[in-house]
Design a protein around this ligand. Structure first.
Ligand SMILES: [Zn+2]
Length: 243
């Protein structure tokens, strides 16, 4: 039985919003030497440039730290410093870390969408951290003026307080709407319904990550540097500052 991924649930009409779920109850399905598989989880497993969540699992009379969460061949493993002795556990996510990832991930979509629209440069790689993010664009060779424009456009979209929608859409529809913005070919052909993240009118992209409800929660985008990675690829590193 695959683990039910709680943050992937439908965003509409859920309170708290699935991406903002910090705690949950679960049943242990499998115990490894240093990991457990749960029937349901709110922990994010490393993937798509977003790091894994950390936190803890607790049960009557005990607790374990969740050090890392991985997903391999569809199996989500919670790597722990102590394997729970009980079948029922309560999970709690380190919220500061996760929320930082949500702010960076949503801002990355905004940045990628704007750069695609203005420069027709596609996002070919990205990595998020709690204090910065980097995005690789191709084909791109940004001037200092371009970078100032990208930063300005991002901050305008943040100030416009765009709603971030998450919904399922037929692959054929996504393909027709997205053009060359993203590499749909990387998603197995057997998957016909895609989870789409739409940031106001600024971006539309399939993604399995955790996202904010509104761009106003991002803060302010500050481009730290641009580096050429060769092959017409430019890497932009940015940080988020308080508003
Ligand atoms: Zn994403």
């Amino acid at each position: 039985m695959p683990t039910q991924v709680l943050y992937m649930e439908d965003r509409r009409g859920q309170e708290p919003d699935p991406c903002y779920l910090r705690e949950f109850d679960a049943t242990v399905l499998e115990r490894g030497p240093d990991f457990v598989v749960l029937d349901r989880t709110a922990f994010y497993a490393e993937g798509g440039g977003q790091p894994y969540d950390t936190g803890n699992l607790s049960w009557p009379g005990g607790a374990a730290k969740v050090l890392r969460v991985t997903k391999e061949k569809g199996v989500i493993r919670h790597h722990v410093d102590r394997v729970p002795s009980e079948r029922l556990v309560h999970g709690t996510i380190d919220w500061d870390r996760r929320y930082a990832h949500m702010r960076y991930h949503t801002s990355q979509h905004l940045l990628s969408g704007l750069v695609w629209r203005i420069f027709a440069a596609r996002t070919v790689g990205n990595q998020l951290y709690t204090d910065r993010a980097r995005v690789d664009f191709q084909p791109a060779s940004f001037t200092p003026e371009d970078l100032a424009r990208i930063e300005g456009e991002c901050n305008r979209a943040i100030e416009a307080a765009h709603e971030v929608r998450i919904f399922q859409e037929d692959r054929v529809v996504v393909d027709s709407k997205i053009g060359d913005r993203s590499l749909l070919d990387l998603i197995p052909a057997s998957i016909r319904q895609l989870r789409v993240i739409q940031v106001g009118t600024a971006d539309y992209c399939p993604c399995g990550g955790t996202h904010l409800k509104n761009t106003s929660e991002i803060g302010r985008v500050h481009v730290v540097e641009k580096r050429s990675k060769g092959k017409e690829t430019d890497r932009i590193t940015y940080e988020l500052l308080p508003k």
